[in-house]
Every structure is written in structure tokens, then in C-alpha cells.
Ligand binder design. Structure first.
Ligand code: CU
Length: 454
């Protein structure tokens, strides 16, 4: 793929371009309630050495990227102080949580920014339980040192009353792409895309940092996150299978096992691996080039040593429906037909994206009434897949690419290219809720709409 790319001279590491008024340090402190925080996040520049000589200069949380794993208890109110030591206003989005719009971390919903060199307190009651994540929700536009391109992401685990499935080790792994630059890819009329120089799982590229140490016979629960701004990933661990426990934090009705995990942008997977093939292995991207750039981690059995092994898995199409059921889904009270199209950037700018012929901020709001069930019918008339996200609610997948499903609740649904999908949501969280594609270049260039309660 790389040899077909024509790299532009422009890179994303340019200085901040927006002339944002700087406010005095901690100017907002006086306005804060006095609640003692359960957690503190500090947004600040950070250097992450993902491999010897490969130092990523980015923005992170608490001096790290990814940020700390925040463990909360479902239903137990939590307060998080967020300090912003950067020169631009920031937002922290609590992805996959049913929380009020004013703390959800979305400008479009009216959440206030964390001011530059200021502080803001987020207080909410976490629900539902499961593997969620927190991340910045600012737009990047042409600034490849902002938004999802940065190290502003971390796990946010909401402990349920009972943990489904027994396991011996719990491992959180967040995959990310680093060092973005603008590139030309795809057809002649296509707009700018993004290429990356390096990748990591957590804060290390493949082959660097400590391996994950396991023992034969252990059941290891992997909580995986694709925190990439723009790339879907596929991961495999040769000789082992992943038994799916939860997708996007929600337990799946059918715990099917697979050789390869697909994670669209912002998706999470909780999967159990039985360690029954002693050796030293690579858990990594099935894409050779991406794995060489660092997308992987070494799994080392006790008493084993040597170079880690990689064996390419057989190609298998990803199919959400094997984790669902074929039960009957109730008829919705209303339907939204949504057609997605691309306005090509013609190699001189970014592509633009439309929902029913309109780009944000002109997209029509989806008007709902509390307590009712709605079906979103997606018509993807573009050559890209789109990881669609609805804030403050979850989707139940009804149909994906012509296959029906039930019982699969997700907060991201990746709609394949030139294909259709149907998802239901129950409008039971009044307040503005943002619906958007989670691909940074798509959300920043028009692919957004609001769900409004009437
Ligand atoms: Cu998209």
C-alpha cells in the first residue's frame, strides 16, 4: 500500500494555528464546586518513547499516553477534576456512558470546554458497566497534533456487580497510530488521507517494553481498544483463539471464538484466550506493514524464550452477527433513513461527508420522543466503511450488510463500504446526543448530526 502513496510535504506537527485567547492559569477555579475529586486528569504535553529513538511528542493525560486506567463502580457517583495545561480548550468524552449532555464531553451537545490553562470538574454516575474509554472530543481539522491524533485516550472501566467469565489475568491493551502525515491514497479525485510512521499497543511498539507473561493453562482476559484516529485494525495471536465476551463493553449473547479480531475505530473487545500453545508469540496486526511499524505486543509463556513467532492467519471476513442471536426484535416506533455520501477533495483538500445531502452544522436533527424505540437505517454510498457512534445511548444491531441480528448492543457500528445497516436505539436519555462517524477526518468534515428530544 505504501508505495502507492504520494506523500505531501505538509505534516501535522506545525504550530498551533488557531488564535485562541489565552486565559490566566486556573482562572476558572473560583467557579468550581468544592467536591473532592475521586480522580484527577491533567492534560499536558508528553513525550513517549515507544521504541529506542522513536519518541512521540504529543498531548497526554497525567504525563502518560495512554492515560491511567480509571476504574469506577456502576451507579456510584464519581467526580473527576480535569486540568488543562495546554494552549487550546479541551473536552473529555466518556465514551459509551449514559450521562447528561453537560458532562458528556461534546461541544455540539453544549458541554463546556475545559479552558486552556484552566480546570473543570466532571461529576456523573457511571452506567452502564463494562469496558469504556475516555478521550478528547475536540476537532483536529488540518491540525494533526490535535484531537484523536494525540495521546489523549485511556481506559475507563466500570465494574459491574458480577464479572462475566472467570479469568486468571486481566490485560488492558490500547492500539494507536502515531506520527501522522497527509497522504494521497485511493482514486484520482480523492481528497487527503492520513499515513502513519509508527504504531504502539499501550505505550510501546512491538518488541519493546516488557512482554505479557503468561503460564500454560491460564485464561487471560484481554480488554482491547482501537484508539486510532482514522484506522481500523485486525489483530491475531497465532495458535490461539479469542473467545468473545463483550463488544464495546456490553456482554455478547453468543460467546463465539475467532482467530482474528476486527476493531473499527473506537471499538472495544473483551475476549478470553486460553493459553495452551507454549512459546513466544506476537499478538499483533495481521497487516505486515502495520505490525512492522509497531502494532503488536509479545506474549511469553513461563520458561520459554527466543524470538517471538508470527504466523499469518487465514483471511476471514468480520461478521458481527455470529456474536448475536436470531431472536425477533420489536418493531420500532419510528425510522430514520440516513444516506451517506462523499464529496471528493480532488487531491487539493480533504473530502467532505454528507448525511442526506447535508454536512454539519446543516444536517437535519433526528427528532425523538422519550421512551420510544427508533430504527436508524444506514445507506453507505461511499467506498469507505464508517464507524458510527451515538453518544449517551447504545445501538442494537438489527441488520448489517443484509444479515439480521439481535441482542448485540454496541456504541459503535462499523457500516461496510457500499453497504447498508440497521440499528435500533431506545430514546431513554433525554438531552442532546451527538451522532457521528468516529473517523476523525469524517467527523471533522461534516459527518455529524444531533439527536434531539421533543
Ligand atoms: Cu466515516
Amino acid at each position: 500500500m505504501l508505495n502507492r502513496r504520494e506523500f505531501l510535504a505538509v505534516t501535522g506537527t506545525s504550530a498551533v494555528g488557531l488564535a485562541l485567547a489565552s486565559v490566566p492559569r486556573f482562572s476558572s477555579l473560583a467557579a468550581l464546586p468544592l467536591a473532592k475529586p475521586d480522580f484527577t486528569l491533567r492534560i499536558a504535553p508528553v513525550s513517549v518513547e515507544i521504541a529506542p529513538g522513536t519518541v512521540i511528542s504529543t498531548i497526554g493525560y497525567n504525563g502518560k499516553a495512554p492515560g491511567p486506567i480509571l476504574r469506577m463502580r456502576e451507579g456510584k457517583r464519581a467526580t473527576i477534576d480535569v486540568y488543562n495545561d495546554t494552549d487550546v480548550p479541551e473536552l473529555v468524552h466518556w465514551h459509551g456512558q449514559f450521562i447528561p449532555s453537560d458532562v458528556d464531553g461534546s461541544e455540539e451537545e453544549g458541554t463546556p470546554f475545559v479552558p486552556s490553562h484552566g480546570r473543570r470538574q466532571y461529576t456523573f454516575t457511571p452506567q452502564p458497566s463494562g469496558t469504556r474509554w475516555y478521550h478528547t472530543h475536540v476537532m483536529a481539522i488540518e491540525h494533526l497534533d490535535r484531537g484523536g491524533f494525540t495521546g489523549q485516550f485511556g481506559f475507563f472501566y466500570i465494574e459491574p456487580k458480577n464479572e462475566p467469565g472467570k479469568y486468571d489475568q486481566e490485560i488492558f491493551l490500547a492500539a494507536h497510530h502515531w506520527e501522522p502525515s497527509l497522504a494521497h491514497m485511493g482514486p484520482q479525485n480523492n481528497g487527503w488521507e492520513i499515513a502513519y510512521n509508527s504504531c504502539s499497543i499501550n505505550d510501546k511498539a512491538l518488541g519493546h517494553g516488557d512482554p505479557i507473561r503468561v503460564k500454560q493453562g491460564q485464561r487471560v482476559l484481554f480488554r482491547l481498544l482501537n484508539s486510532s484516529a482514522t484506522e481500523d485494525i485486525q489483530l491475531a495471536l497465532p495458535g490461539h483463539k479469542f473467545k468473545m465476551i463483550a463488544m464495546d463493553g456490553n456482554p455478547v449473547p453468543t460467546q463465539a471464538s475467532v482467530d482474528v479480531l476486527s476493531l473499527a475505530i473506537a471499538e472495544r473487545v473483551d475476549a478470553i484466550v486460553e493459553m495452551n500453545q507454549p512459546g513466544v508469540w506476537i499478538l499483533g496486526s495481521v497487516n505486515d506493514e502495520e505490525r512492522k511499524k509497531g502494532m503488536g505486543v509479545v506474549i511469553e509463556y513461563a520458561g520459554q524464550s527466543g524470538e517471538p513467532s508470527w504466523v499469518a492467519p487465514a483471511k476471514t471476513p468480520w461478521d458481527y452477527t455470529i456474536f448475536g442471536t436470531q431472536e425477533k426484535i420489536p418493531e420500532p416506533d419510528g425510522r430514520f433513513e440516513l444516506t451517506f455520501k462523499k464529496i471528493p477533495g480532488e487531491r487539493v483538500t480533504f473530502n467532505r461527508w454528507t448525511i442526506n445531502g447535508k454536512s454539519w452544522p446543516d444536517t437535519d436533527p433526528l427528532l425523538v420522543q422519550a421512551g420510544k424505540r427508533y430504527r436508524m437505517i444506514f445507506h453507505n454510498e461511499t467506498g469507505d466503511s464508517h464507524p458510527l457512534h451515538l453518544h449517551r445511548h447504545d445501538f442494537e444491531i438489527v441488520n448489517i450488510g443484509g444479515k439480521s441480528s439481535a441482542g448485540l448492543h454496541k456504541d459503535i457500528v462499523n457500516v461496510p463500504r457500499f453497504s447498508n445497516a440497521e440499528v435500533d436505539f431506545v430514546a431513554n436519555h433525554p438531552g442532546l446526543s451527538l451522532f457521528h462517524c468516529h473517523m476523525q477526518l469524517h467527523m471533522d468534515f461534516g459527518f455529524k448530526a444531533l439527536v434531539k428530544y421533543t
